[in-house]
Each structure stands twice: as C-alpha cells, then as structure tokens.
Design a protein around this ligand. Structure first.
Ligand code: UT7
Length: 332
C-alpha cells in the first residue's frame, strides 16, 4: 500500500490508445475450438478482440498510444523525464519495453522502466509515476499499459483463448497543486496463489526447452473460477479504500473504469458500489481482456468521445495475476 504523502499533486494531462486493425470475432473461435458465440458472450461479455500482426510487438503499439497521448497533452517526447510501462508481454526480457519506447520517442532525458503486475500493471505504473511526480522527482511522466497477449495465448485451450486481446493505452502525468488531479491510490498483492494465473516457462525457473514448448508451458494458464471469486471482492476493497481515504463515498463518483476481464465481474463491482450502467465505462465486448492495457484503453476511448467533464470524480480499479489489485481515484 502506498500512502499519498507527496508535497504536490499530479494530474493526467493527456491520453491516447492504440489497438491493432485485425479483429477476431467469437465466430472465428467457433472454427478453431469447441466453443460458441453464445457461451463467450454469456460467460464473459466478449464479442471481439484485436490481434497484433506478426511484425507488431508491444513497443510498436506502445509507440502509437504514446504519440497520441503526447499530442493530446501538447508535450514532446524530448520533454519527458519518466516513462513507466505496465506489461507482462515485453518485446524481450530486457531491455525493457520502456527503454525501447524511450529511444523511439526521442526522450533522451527520461528514466524508463517496466512494471510487471499483470492486469494491475497500469494502475501500479500510474501509482509509481504519481508518487515520483508528487515528490518532485519527475516533471513530465508517460505511463502506459501495453500487452501482446495473443503471443502467449494457447489457441488449443478454449477456456483462455477466447478471452485475450492486444492493445495499448497511455497517459501523460504532470504536476498540479496538491489536492487536485490524483486524489488517492491503492496497491496490494498476494503472492500465495501464483497458480491461478501464470506463464509456466520462459523464466529462470523453467527456461524454454523443446519439451516445455511441446507441453504448451510457454502459454498462459488460468484458473478462471478461482480468480472470479476473488476479483469482485478485491476490486470493491480497493475502491472503498481510496474512497474512504478521500472522505468520499461511491455516490460521489461520476465514473468507474474497471479492468475489463469479465462483464459479470464488472457488474458485480458496479452493484456493490451502487453505481448505474451509465457510470461504468465498458468496452470488453469490443476489446476482450487486454490485461494492463484495458483501463488506459477504456479511459482513452471515453476521453476521446468527450464523455468526461472537468471536475468529474473518476475511479480506476483493477485485479489480476500475482495476485495484484489496486485503484486510482482522480478529479478530471
Ligand atoms: O484479467 C485477470 C483476471 N482474470 C479474471 O479475473 C478472470 C476471471 N474468470 C472468468 O472471467 C471466468 O471464470 C471465465 C470467463 C474464464 C470462465 O467462466 P466460468 O463461468 O467461470 O466457466 P468455467 O471455467 O467454470 O467453465 C464452465 C464450463 C466448463 O465445462 P464443464 O466442466 O462444466 O462441463 C468448461 O469446460 O464451461 C466450459 N468452457 C467452455 N465452453 C465453451 C470453458 N471455456 C469454454 C468455452 N466455450 N470457451
């Protein structure tokens, strides 16, 4: 948990997102695994998801989202002094995707690093950047969530392959008077249940071998029902924590931007926070689960549509592998 002890505030001054052109519909999955559009829509709320082309890596999608966010904020790449990227699908183990991005953006004066917190990657990255901007250690930060999940998806496993999509979302963070911009943050982890969502091979524990490739250990494994039971509880806990800290109630919120893992999880959180359909930003039907990219894509889309107005109180909340969960509350 991070306490907000900064001496100045930090606010989002620009946002952008990018999703690849290729769209996979539920009907495409009916042709490759034993599933149906009806099952996928009913159980997850997903109708379609985007897929990166063969030559597109995470840093390519991150670059597109970054350019859009920087334009929106009126900031040049060379102005940045911090780049934090949430991802579990970096271009390669190292250099970080943030470093690759730094070079392409011409951000020569920026510190750049990745944060690995699975679906909470963007919220963790935003909290780290907010802490640094508030502490006076950064002036102009670029924060992203980006995933090329289709590269680690097992297209013979119907229980996971229908869920995941690719994309990237970015925001620019700059200083503001204390009390404005980001009002509160919350991060928490529970490392005792790695088996609920993990990628078995490819790290130091199980380096890639032909046998592990044959065993499909280079693809995501997920126990969806185990995660499902925890997701609503953790997302509500994170939401209530930041609201309480800010002396606010859920009735003070204008919008909720939840991680887009499952429409039934989103509805559960909405119900527990007593929010209306109109207050909850949902794009899972068109994007699927894009892990750390889901919240900044949803935010970027809604901002581009002009949904938010100045002064709106917006809560972003997430839950994912690790386990990790967290929330960011801010005034638009
Ligand atoms: O983003 C990070 C965090 N992720 C989450 O929080 C994900 C949370 N979990 C979920 O969203 C849901 O658990 C899923 C959408 C993944 C699955 O929904 P579910 O209602 O929990 O289904 P289930 O896994 O309990 O499976 C029910 C049945 C099983 O058949 P049997 O054993 O009852 O005969 C599955 O084999 O549905 C079967 N099934 C499918 N059937 C058709 C699983 N996947 C499919 C499929 N098409 N794609």
């Amino acid at each position: 948990m991070i306490e907000d002890t900064g001496c100045r505030g930090a606010r989002i001054t620009g946002a952008g997102y990018y999703v690849p052109d290729l769209v996979l519909t539920n009907f495409d999955f009916e042709k490759i695994v034993d599933t149906s559009d009806e099952w996928i829509v009913t159980r997850s709320g997903i109708r379609e998801r985007h897929m990166a082309s063969k030559d597109q890596a995470s840093s390519d999608m991150a670059y597109e989202a970054s350019c859009s966010a920087l334009r929106d904020a009126g900031v040049q790449g060379s102005d940045l002094d911090l780049i934090v990227v949430g991802t579990v699908t970096p271009d390669m183990p190292f250099p970080s995707t943030a470093c690759l991005l730094q070079d392409r953006l011409g951000a020569a004066g920026a510190a750049a690093f990745d944060v690995n917190a699975a679906c909470s990657g963007f919220i963790y990255a935003l909290t780290v950047a907010q802490s640094m901007v508030s502490a006076g250690k950064a002036q102009k930060a670029l924060v992203l969530g980006v995933e090329t999940l289709t590269r680690i998806t097992d297209y013979t496993d119907r229980s996971t392959c229908v869920l995941f999509g690719d994309g990237s979302g970015a925001v620019v963070l700059e200083p503001c008077p204390r009390g404005e911009g980001i009002i509160g943050t919350f991060m928490r982890s529970d490392g005792s249940k790695p088996e609920l969502l993990y990628l078995p091979a490819g790290g130091s524990r199980k380096p890639i071998t032909a046998e592990r490739i044959n065993n499909r250990e280079t693809f995501v494994r997920m126990k969806g029902d185990g995660l499902f039971k925890l997701a609503v509880r953790m997302m509500v806990e994170a939401s209530e924590f930041v609201l309480n800290k800010a002396n606010m109630k859920s009735s003070d919120l204008n919008y909720l931007i939840p991680h887009q893992a499952n429409i039934r999880i989103i509805k559960g959180v909405k119900k527990r926070l007593h929010l209306s359909d109109e207050q909850v930003i949902v794009n899972i039907d068109r994007m699927g689960n894009t892990s750390s990219a889901s919240i900044p894509i949803a935010f970027g889309e809604a901002r581009r549509k002009g949904i938010f107005k100045k002064g709106d109180k917006i809560l972003m909340v997430t839950f994912g592998g690790g386990l990790t969960w967290g929330a960011v509350l801010f005034e638009y």
